[in-house]
Design a protein around this ligand. Structure first.
Ligand code: BES
Ligand code: MN
Ligand code: MN
Length: 456
């Protein structure tokens, strides 16, 4: 092990340089203008997988962006890890609010600033470098490894389920490992055992075929924006409880053990509010803050538009009104079932004078895994060794839609060992990744391979 750890020290600067190189590629999956960059990113990962010593390196085409895959299966009898991550990133706007251009990585105060640094290119790179260090110093790994990096996570992983179903045998594994989550606090490693799911929909309301003069028609026709806000106002009560019929039917309450664990995490509502410059926090009555954030479902309006938005005033009754809404879900809520319940509820509230169209955009299940799982415990030991600190047990409010699909199809526990930080600005301007976490992360995965290898 000493050789391998020494190797990390010797190649410390090169690792950072390579990280800079992958962060220069604008692999924004949602933007058709970046289609060639998506391809370049996939090719670069393929080249990298080859150079660190992975076998069967290939790019698989999908109906969307390609999947990059490789294996190293030289440890017969040892467990197999399927390591998943995403090489696509979120758009960069508002680009004016970045302190340095999003695809020109800059190192400042121990952090690397670039789109995709934390979410998720910096984190997938941790695994590549840990594999490299093992193979370069020992010529072998104590576990079998399969690497699966997709390019559509940020747009809902639309083609990955199909890919996994088609290649079920190729992807067979004992554990799925993902580094795509933040730690809870600087210096302290965390293991995430729960994620929220998601149901995302758009509501379109139409009143008339064209906009109307609000003097000639106002008073005798219903305004679709008025109607939309009336409807949306009925989604939650004053206590923050969601009113969609049957919404909470499948919600798994947290266990007492979990509740105790969450209460022991050092969380300050004031610091949390201050970190986002919010005057105060708001959440569902009857639950602790971290429970609200990680283990309770939400309803949010993401955008609402229609009518006149220009400068000055225009007296008009708009023909249409629109809103995008999302619900973060928890285990065991089913995103399709929730989308249906939402649709039924909204339809029951639509005035007679209005036509409505409700489109489900994307969704995914939430996930929780067992804290006693031996693989998770191996992860805990590895993280503790590398960071020299006790491991925080976390859930997260965000979603990785493919996690539940892995759990169901690969039938393996999903271990979420993430190295981001709360102030990483994922999806926002000035996204950043701690270089301390990057290097410690590599060290922890070096240990993790050994810990997992010892399991069987
Ligand atoms: N890495 C995040 C998921 C995440 C976010 C985990 C915050 C923990 C905390 C992932 O890349 C992401 O952004 N997921 C999207 C999924 C959506 C686009 C279907 C999300 O959560 O909004
Ligand atoms: Mn991510
Ligand atoms: Mn993301």
């Amino acid at each position: 092990m000493k050789n391998t750890l020494d190797f990390l020290g010797q190649h410390h600067d090169r690792y950072e340089q390579e990280l800079i190189d992958i962060l220069k590629i604008p692999s924004i999956s949602s933007n058709p203008d970046n289609i060639d960059d998506m391809r370049d990113m996939a090719e670069l990962l393929k080249k990298e997988m080859r150079s660190i010593g992975m076998d069967e390196v290939s790019i698989f085409e999908t109906d969307g962006h390609p999947v990059v895959y490789s294996e190293w299966l030289g440890a017969p009898g040892a467990p197999t890890l399927l390591i998943y991550g995403h090489y696509d990133v979120q758009p960069v706007d508002p680009v004016d609010l970045w302190s340095s251009p999003p695809f020109e990585p800059v190192i400042k105060d121990g952090k690397i600033f670039a789109r995709g640094s934390a979410d998720d290119k910096g984190q997938i790179y941790i695994h590549l470098k840990a594999i490299e260090a093992w193979l370069a110093t020992k010529g072998t790994l104590p576990v079998n490894v399969k690497l699966l990096f997709e390019g559509e996570e940020e747009i809902g992983s639309a083609h990955l389920e199909d890919f996994i179903t088609k290649h079920e045998e190729m992807l067979a594994a004992d554990y799925v490992v993902i580094s795509d989550t933040p730690m809870f606090r600087e210096g302290y490693p965390g293991i995430t055992y729960g994620l929220r799911g998601l149901a995302y929909l758009q509501v379109n309301l139409r009143g008339t075929s064209t906009d109307l003069h609000s003097g000639s028609f106002g008073g005798l026709v219903k305004n679709p924006i008025n109607a939309l806000v009336e409807i949306l106002a009925q989604m939650k009560d004053e206590d923050g409880r969601i009113l969609i019929r049957g919404f909470y039917d499948d919600v798994l309450p947290i266990t007492e053990n979990e509740h105790d664990k969450l209460s022991n995490l050092p969380f300050s509502a004031k610091d949390f509010a201050d970190s986002i410059n919010a005057p105060a926090l708001f959440g569902e009555a009857g639950y602790d803050d971290l429970e609200r954030l990680w283990a309770r479902p939400t309803f949010d309006i993401n955008g609402i538009w229609g009518g006149f938005q220009g400068e000055g005033a225009k007296t008009v009754i708009p023909a249409e009104a629109h809103a995008k809404v999302s619900m973060r879900l928890v285990a065991d809520q089913d995103p399709d079932d929730i989308a249906e319940k939402f649709t039924t509820y909204v339809k029951s509230l639509i005035p007679e004078s209005m036509e409505a169209e409700i489109e489900a955009m994307h969704g995914g299940f939430g996930y929780v895994t067992d804290l006693d799982n031996p693989g998770l415990q191996a992860g805990v030991r590895a993280l503790k060794k590398a960071f020299g600190k006790e491991v925080d047990f976390l859930r997260e409010g965000g979603s990785i839609p493919i996690v539940k699909v892995f759990a169901d199809i690969i039938k393996a526990p999903v271990l979420l060992m993430g190295y981001g930080l709360p102030d990483q600005n994922a999806h926002a301007p000035n996204e950043n990744f701690s270089l301390y976490n990057f290097h410690k992360g590599i060290e922890s995965i070096v240990y993790f391979f050994e810990e997992i290898g010892n399991l069987k």
